[in-house]
Design a protein. Sequence first.
Length: 325
Amino acid sequence: MKHFWRSVAGLALAGSATLACADYPDKPVTIVVPFAAGGPTDKIARDLAEALRKPLGQTVIIDNTIGAGGTIGAAKVARAAPDGYTLLVSHIGMATAPALYRKLSYKVPEDFETLGLINEAPSVLIAKPGLAANNFAELRQWITANGAKVNLANAGLGSASHLCGLMFQSALKTTMTPVPYKGTAPAMTDLIGGQVDLMCEQAVNAVPQIEGKKVKVYGITSLQRLPLPALKDAPTLSEAGLKDFNVQVWHGLYAPKGTPPAVLAKLNAALRVALKDPELIKREEALGLTVVTDERLDPASHRKFVESEKTRWAKVIKDAGEYAD
């Protein structure tokens, strides 16, 4: 009789869980953004939240939990209840944090459910306005001649500009002097003012400065050119001589490990609808971002992509010997 009632209780719990998944979501969903409000990832998350509102039928709230290169916010989601009400939007840092932070409190991707890639975007290689080099070939010669005398700015350890800078140095087989800042804004200010020489920065942040002729642009870090007026004459770095150089900043959507499959399926379906929203696409393209439409929208493919990026960047970071802890 005891086994009978235990079985009945188990069936009741399974039934209630199924019902909860069927009703999901029945309250607002929170997206944790592990970076400051107003930054590129925050803007992307807010645009996505608006596009998700209709397919989910619920308000989507943004929670900026910042610090330690995005790892505090990611850890918060890894520890959250796996019920689909706490999600994470993060960028390439999901794949690079395990190498940059040798004492990370969570595992990637093991402690997360991958829901699909959102977008990707290249960076641009820019320089202070007074730099004498007029094209990438001349810039390369100048870097070779000056080596460690060249100051390479970045927005902080683990930032997109830091990672791109590491890959750039690796491709050139040279070492420059990194100059880390607490964010893109102060780094860009010093670049414009000539206090530092170079920076590899996301197009969304660099294009306004290029349009204003406040910085010089030498190339794009993807394998395709960007169809933006400010970059119509800018070659890819691969075209310019760094064969197959490809560094893109991508963003993905995640849930805590153990989130029920039915909830994950609803979230992935909502993400697919959101990424077809004309207004969202328009906003992404205006920022130089490309909405993902390929197989990486599939959770399993997204997971495989993160694992491949994790492997690729681990070598670059280890070779550079630059860690955040």
